[in-house]
Design a protein around this ligand. Sequence first.
Ligand code: 11C
Length: 346
Amino acid sequence: EMYNVAILGATGAVGQQMMDTLDRLNFPVDELKLLSSKRSAGKKISFKGKELTVEEAKPESFEGIDLALFSAGGSISKELAPEAVKRGAVVVDNTSAFRMTEGIPLVVPEVNSDALKNHKGIIANPNCSTIQMVAAMEPIRKQFGLKRVIVSTYQAVSGAGNAAVDEMYEQTQQIMNDEPIDPQILPVGGDKKHYQIAFNAVPQIDVFQSNGYTFEEMKMINETKKIMSDESIQVVATCVRIPVETGHSESVYIEVEKEGLTVDTFKNIMKDADGVTLQDDPTQQIYPLATDAQGKDDVFVGRIRQDLDHPKGFHFWVVSDNLLKGAALNSVQIAQSLVEQGLLKK
Ligand code: 11C
């Protein structure tokens, strides 16, 4: 079976990776339609040797589409996802628009592909920083339970889009040349103030909520509980932007429920886990690095240590390409899982 696929947000940082990933994983694409805002319509992009023209996304764009991958911002998803579903498409949405909506599955295939069975047309792809963390924790949780998670992130600028990446490089050049800088985008395009990202670490990703946490932090907290379908897991996050182009890094502390977990067992579980690569050998200075993870599909785990005071407490470092497992790859894996489970209809 071959499917007609649409990518909404085709010219964005994630949209470009979605195209590559469909091709690379040999997803059975019949026709591919590239959609964007009016601003980017008309651009030409090649797919499997064919030149495609990006079209402005409208409700009618989804006639005849079986699968639509959305990554063009939350408000566009809210407007167009129901239109696509009305026309018979299944939407995999990579924005925060529907993630916490009851009845809409929020899926990392290695963790909860079963949740796809109940889909009603829209499936939400989690936030990048959440995906890599839950992919690493789930195999531990399966055997030892999970009581508590404390995470601090070191997130790449490509998470904020191509324009943020350009801003980082331009600023770096300007500072090297002793020229004045003029931050316009980071930490958050739509917020009141903008700060230097080059040679800096900025403890704000997305906008602040009334509880003092940022939206990115609350996404990690709420999405983890939903994906693991366990409201009782204690989760807290501090999200920080650093001047890395691609590849989010996270320092994670977990407390498990059961006794008996050791660092060796932890490492063996990581070795066997789907989509996870263990990179952990302090004697050889082996640990995950964003520069190595960029362009790769896996979630890389290392620096696994037992807490010095809490016998059920463990620390690890997890790195993954935020545009791949964090976004495009996970979306395509959701689509593959739909096909495997007979949940995607022509
Ligand atoms: C970042 N995690 O790194 C964000 C990007 O909710 O899908 C993804 C935002 C989202 O800035």
